[in-house]
Design a protein around this ligand. Sequence first.
Ligand code: MSP
Length: 643
Amino acid sequence: MSKYITTPIYYVNGEAHIGHAYTTFIADTMARYERLKGEKTYFLTGTDEHGQKIEESAIKNNKPTQEFADEISATFKNLWDEFEISYDQFIRTTDAKHKKGVQKAFEVMFAKGDIYKDFYEGHYCVSCETFFPETQLVDSEFCPDCGRTTSIVKEESYFFKLSKYEDKLLKFYEENPDFVLPRSRGNEVINFVKSGLRDLSVTRTSFKWGVPMPESLNDDKHVMYVWLDALMNYVTALGYGDDEALMDFWPASTHFVGKDILRFHAIYWPAFLMSLDLPLPKTIAAHGWWTRDGEKMSKSKGNVVSPKEVADAYGVENLRYFMLREVPFGQDGDFSQRAFIDRINSELSNDLGNLLNRIIGMSGKYSDFEIDSIDVEKYHSKELESMNTALSNLDEFMKNVQTHRYLDELWKLFSIGNKAIEEYAPWTKMKEGKKDEALATVALVANILAKASIMLHPIMPKTTNTIADALNFEINNESFKNLVENKQLLKTFIIKKVPPLFPRVEEPLMPEAPKAEPTKTENDCKKDEPKKEEDNLIEIGQFFETSLKIGTIVEAQEVKKSKKLLKLQVDLGEEKPRQIVAGIKEFYSPEDLVGTQACVVANLKPAKLMGMMSEGMLLAAKDEDGLCLVRPQKPKKAGTPVG
Ligand code: MSP
């Protein structure tokens, strides 16, 4: 069966922000994943251009509405093109073809008796383009969704008989428990419908910027309600009401939406489709909202994250990885440069990038960049088994849009690869003359990298193509089938050097968001209160001013006449070891220390302790049980930076 994947269509009253980029990244990932699996896939995105909000924004910008819509729509399209979003169609609701389809749908619903004319008086929120009953208003005045002031609007309107579909909808939800993902959000929808549905006003007479009524109704006072117009994009893009050549892709497999527009997609949209006798979409997947450094983003605060700015600074694929890894689908997520940099450095640069570099390095050194997989099964059946288990878990995670779990599981592969190198130490095997064993480990890891890059491809398409290029194979449906589904190994590799894929990021590459003015509270007047951790936060740059390194303790002596001090010689990978005087005598004897490693502050100003020069400090943790040095979990080269 074919796959049809959509993003919401974005309002053209402002440029794209990180929330828009997130939905687009997930939808793009899903579309690429389906294509990789060989599914016939159609991916739609676009812009939502009608309604009072857009009309008002155009007036504010002193532009004719269409010209304004053209400009903003182009900024979305250009950004998605720059990000290489693999959409098949970019629809605009001002396209003639779309308008024709919406009019056709209106006629069909009208002819069926599902649309009738009446009067509407109610509280209307221009920003949400929605009427709200008085009971739902906040303080009898403000919109329950966006908090803006509503106004009372009385107008003649056409109504869609939403109430008629209440029972049918409930039955449908019951029969299709995965219609809304995550499931918990499905319950919200069910409760909303159970609380009773009122008929929906689907036309407006108070402004003109909308799809005109079908000629057959001869009523040009009205234009269509923007949500009827917008939702129809999912079928007009396939030719509904016009040339229906693409309608084979209907029903949609997944509509990706934000949680704020779930109700429109999970209630109105299926009801419209039932009225049109069209099949219902398989899944509405609703994601959470992004904040920045824990705060809601807003233009007035000036803290809106621009996806273009982030991509220019950190690379668009790193951003895709971060967003899909950082939040469980459905939950709200926070964008902070600190968290982003951490993931780049530890997961992309260390776990993946270094592994590839090691394979390039070892294959070059041991066999002139040519390796084969002949001995992999013989020496590494255990690793192959764990690798295959992780690979076979992935599909279920992606099906449920659990991208964070998908990536977490995928990273198990790199950990298997890194562990294998540590455990089998190919350099030792080479010294011992066991070249076939050494090369088997290198080939195992090359296979791990190949398989992992196929599965990472939907999230990081270009980066993984570079990895594939370094390993001399191509990522496509054939390699997916052979290497992932059929668990084959790549027989031979001719390894190519590529520049490091994920250079470490030492400090933030973008200016920090402006800090919200702290509101003064009673507490601000109290003196001498211990500073709370959150009051004492530092910038990441301040953290990186400290140079932390792994040191190997090569000598240790007691300092006579001192109860606390030991004099150590610590190798930090420099010309000669440094002398460090440490207050750890009560907890360690010199013999316990020699040959062990610890984490060292390497850029402390030298100081004299009991007349002895100390050129650094060891990190230690102390509690009621005593003190212990902070050490790497496994041996690292002396001088390896920590951070
Ligand atoms: N035009 C409608 C959608 C019509 S679909 C038939 C619309 N447009 S929007 O531009 O306001 O929002 C588009 C999407 O961006 C929505 O899914 C919304 O949830 C999402 N986001 C807007 N702000 C967001 C965040 N801060 N974080 C994550 N997503 C957010 O609604």
